[in-house]
Design a protein around this ligand. Structure first.
Ligand SMILES: Cc1ncc(COP(=O)(O)O)c(C=O)c1O
Length: 476
């Protein structure tokens, strides 16, 4: 059967376009299997495309798909096995297929969508089971930023009931976190009218974890001064070094003061599922809410965040609305009643598919491998003369290191220049980070394609470029 006529029809049969796109995807997957020796520069065609004006008329679909593939190939893809910057993702293949299917049906998960709505609930439950959090409700989000603001909005409503309608009425509220909290929490506090001046950055210990005694003091002082504590945000895997706040002892403090505990595990929480780290997350099950990003350490393509809550009324009390065009007839709550977004893609499908296609055990195995990779880098660098590592081994899969050649006096400038040289070189990709005012190289391992050879290549490339920089002042 041929496709109907009219505008917005392709110049070729859509089945051919689909096959063409599938070939491009298969090429991309093959190119991600192994590292590539360099990042290609932008070619002439891409440069011209970047300058083109709004197209008035159609172009052949095969040509425009080829152009898209060319642009993607000349961009920095986190899916490559030697991408070690920030906290990447892997574009897990079954997840890509899940997105493709979900986008093809274009279901809106705002109101009840029958099976898809139930799959979202089921996937929320599976995530809770995987990490060991007793979720009674939750939702898929665009990521940690939205998950954190969602959970803190629920906490604000519990701390000051009615404040979503009446505002804060001049009351002073505060939120508590470690000094190394992700800045999405700062933004959440600003958006929720609490004010980032009222975000209490609690001291950290030698392992860069929130100190429960300092937290206890900070809350007690605020309460004595008439400030209302809204929530404690503990981080289970900080973005900077992967430190895990002591959740059990932080829970004790929260319970003693009756304060909501949110665990920001956007990066680290998947590691709560593996035998080698499970103990480090003890106390997670006592939290009121948590965030986990499947587009980080569950390897899925962006965007796939999840916010989970223990009390199934908590999100609705902060987000539900009654509108004439959205009556609550058959369904007590719509997804839009427990989240910030209205138009919501079917993000849950890719995670549901991934758990079905691979099983939870394979995810655990991949996470353990990433943990071993961080450990391998740490131990190798520790036994060299020209690299420095942190005093304690990695808690998760981030292993910061510095190049410290003997004749370099300004190590910060040297490591900053080295990070830039590594990015320009393109054999491996990583980013620098500032730890206690020192510039470090900060590799993070969250890709299931990365091998031990890739990890060791990072050290070799950093050494080669670092030595050249130290000797000649240039890595070129
Ligand atoms: C601990 C933590 N929380 C929140 C976020 C924000 O997540 P997203 O970028 O998905 O919004 C990040 C991102 O790296 C993170 O590491």
């Amino acid at each position: 059967m041929t496709a109907p006529d009219g505008p917005l029809r392709l110049d070729a049969p859509r089945e051919d376009a689909l096959e063409h796109a599938a070939r491009l995807v298969a090429d991309a997957w093959r190119s991600f299997d192994r590292f590539r020796p360099e990042e290609p520069p932008l070619d002439e065609r891409v440069r011209r495309l970047l300058e083109s004006a709004l197209p008035a008329n159609p172009s052949p679909v095969h040509d425009v798909l080829d152009d898209a593939a060319r642009i993607l190939d000349e961009s920095i893809a986190q899916a490559r096995p030697r991408y070690f910057a920030f906290i990447g993702s892997s574009g897990l293949e079954i997840g890509t297929l899940g997105d493709f299917l979900a986008h093809s049906y274009d279901i809106n998960l705002a109101v009840d969508a029958r099976a898809a709505t139930q799959i979202e609930d089921q996937a929320v439950g599976w995530v809770g089971e995987f990490i060991g959090f007793p979720a009674s409700a939750g939702a898929f989000t665009s990521g940690g930023t939205v998950s954190n603001v969602t959970a803190i909005a629920a906490a604000r409503e519990r701390a000051l009931p009615g404040s979503r309608h009446a505002g804060l009425g001049g009351r002073r509220l505060a939120v508590y976190c470690s000094q190394e909290v992700h800045y999405s929490v700062t933004r959440a506090i600003e958006l929720l009218g609490i004010g980032s001046d009222n975000l209490r950055a609690v001291e950290i210990d030698g392992l860069r974890r929130m100190r429960p005694d300092a937290l206890d003091r900070a809350i007690a002082e605020d309460v004595a001064a008439g400030v209302i504590p809204v929530a404690v945000v503990a981080t289970a895997g900080t973005t900077l070094t992967g430190a895990i706040d002591p959740l059990d002892r932080v829970s004790d403090v929260c319970e003693a003061h009756g304060v909501w505990l949110h665990v920001d595990g956007a990066y680290g929480l998947p590691a709560a599922s593996v035998p080698s780290r499970i103990e480090m997350f003890a106390g997670l099950a006592r939290a009121d809410s948590c965030s986990v990003d499947a587009h980080k350490w569950l390897y899925l393509p962006k965007a796939c965040g999840v916010v989970l809550v223990r009390d199934d009324r908590a999100l609705a009390s902060a987000f539900s609305h009654e509108q004439g065009y959205l009556p609550h007839q058959q369904h007590e709550l719509h997804a839009a009643d427990i989240t910030l977004e209205y138009s919501r893609p079917f993000r849950a499908l890719k995670l549901w598919l991934a758990f079905r296609a691979h099983g939870a055990a394979q995810f655990r195995e991949a996470i353990e491998r990433n943990l071993a990779e961080a450990d391998l880098l740490y131990r190798r660098a520790q036994h060299t003369e020209d690299f420095e590592v942190m005093e304690a081994p990695p808690q998760l899969s981030i292993a910061p290191l510095r190049h410290v050649p003997p004749d370099v006096t300004d190590l910060n400038a040297h490591n900053q220049a080295l990070a830039e040289a590594i990015q320009a070189d393109g054999r491996v990709y990583l980013a620098p980070a500032l730890i206690d005012d020192e510039v470090w190289l900060r590799p993070c391992f969250v890709n299931y394609r990365t091998t031990d050879d890739d990890v060791l290549a990072l050290l070799e490339v950093a050494r080669e470029l670092g030595e050249r920089l130290a000797r000649t002042g240039s890595a070129a």
